[in-house]
Design a protein around this ligand. Sequence first.
Ligand code: 5GP
Length: 194
Amino acid sequence: MDNKKLIIFTAPSGAGKTTIVKHLLKVRQDISFSISACTRKQRYGEVNGMDYYFFSVSEFKRKIENEEFVEWEEVYENQFYGTLESEIERIWALGKHVIFDIDVKGAHRIKRKYKQRALTVFVKPPSFEHLKQRLINRKTEDEKSLKRRISRVKEEMTYERFFDVTVINNNLDVALQDAEKFVNDFVEEKMKMV
Ligand code: 5GP
């Protein structure tokens, strides 16, 4: 299992990282999605134990106290998200690399912990306006939540410098190709890691 790796996709909310991660899961059989724990409300169509492990805030806090997380963040007020160490172990035990879709702070934390064993990919939207429009069009948030996400985006954009590589999501096909190439080079150990 020692050659199994961590591939972390991170981005400001709405930049399109989830689409890229889903594509990679389709084209590569050797990676598996890290199901995060979270306390936000389950969205229509989401399945507990597939999209997220949904917990109450008190259950989540108990897991923090028990040191079950490799990282966790209060991404929005009272909305906690985190990666359980048991989740990484579960996927490595399947003989697969782990792929993550997590926020910029969590990504930075995992990179600091696992170093060369982890690749961090920052997905960058072409512009702030573009990203705002995507979040509006997605229609997954109510007005309050939308405002909260938009106000966080500017801070999230400043994190790019902490990550190994950037994929610009201007043209989706190009972004998917770039992402595939980075993951391939990393898994094949053709990429020089710092
Ligand atoms: P959403 O509510 O849209 O599913 O996710 C909100 C944000 O939380 C996204 O940026 C998502 O990538 C991030 N996120 C999801 N899981 C985790 C996690 O385990 N840890 C951290 N730090 N962020 C996460």
